[in-house]
Design a protein around this ligand. Sequence first.
Ligand SMILES: [Zn+2]
Ligand SMILES: [Zn+2]
Length: 275
Amino acid sequence: MTQELIAFVGVVGETFTRNVPISIALAVVFTVLTWFSACNPGRPWWHKRDLITDLCYWLFIPVITRFLRIGLLIAVAALVMGITTSEGLVAFYENGHGPLAALPLAVQGVIFLIGQDIILYWTHRWFHGQRFWKYHAVHHSSEELEWISAARFHPINLFLGSVMADVVMLFAGISPNVFVVLGPLTIAHSAFVHANLDWTLGPFKYVIASPVFHRWHHTAAERGGEKNFAATFPILDVLFGTFYMPAGELPDRYGIADRSFPQTFGAQLVHPFTR
Ligand SMILES: [Zn+2]
Ligand SMILES: [Zn+2]
C-alpha cells in the first residue's frame, strides 16, 4: 500500500513539474500577445474573477486525465483483448501495435490528430445535448475567457471526451510515443484557442482552430454559440454545417445562462450530481 502511495505521489509530482514550465511559458506568451491583440479589451487574465477556479483545473486536470487514461487503457485491453498482466499491457501498448505502429511516428501523429479530432467533434456535440450538458456547462461557465480557462473540464466530460478519444486511437495501434511531441502541443493549442486574442488566422481559419473560432463557440446560442465544435480542425465544422466566423465581427459575452451556476472548483465538480 505504501509503495502504491509513493508511486501515486510520484506520478502527481512528475505531472506537476512537467507542466509548470509549459504553464509559465504560456502565461508570458499570452500576456504579451493579449497586450497587443486583445479580442475583448479589459482587465488582464490574472485579475480574472474566478482565477483560483481556473488554477485548480489547470493544476489538477492533467493529473486526473493521466489516471483516467491509464484506467481506461487497462479496462479496454482486459475487456476486448483479454489482456490482464502488466507484461501483456506493456507489449500491447508500449510502441503501438498492428499496421498503424509500422508507420513512421510523424504519420502516426497526423493520423492520431485527425482521428482524435473526429471523435472529439462528435462527443463535443453530444455534450451540448440535453443529457450531458450539465457536465459540459462547467467548461462554458467561464465568463472572462482566457488561456487559463482551457483546462476547465468536468472529469466526466474529460473521460467521455479527450480521454476516450486518446484511448480509441491507442487501442487502434498508434504508439503512445506520439504524446512526447503532441502532449505539449495540444496543451499549447488548447490555451491558444481560449486566449483573449483577435486572431482569426486569415485564410488558414479552416485549417487550424483559432482564438476567434473557439471564442465564438463560448458565446450564447443566439449570438453564435452551438457552432464551431472542432478542437483542432475547423474543416470538420465546415463539413458538418456548424462553422461560424462572421466577417468583421468579434465574439464577446461568454458564459452560460444559469446565473446560479457555482463558480468554485469543488462546487462545480459536484454540481452535475446535485439534481
Ligand atoms: Zn462546448
Ligand atoms: Zn473552450
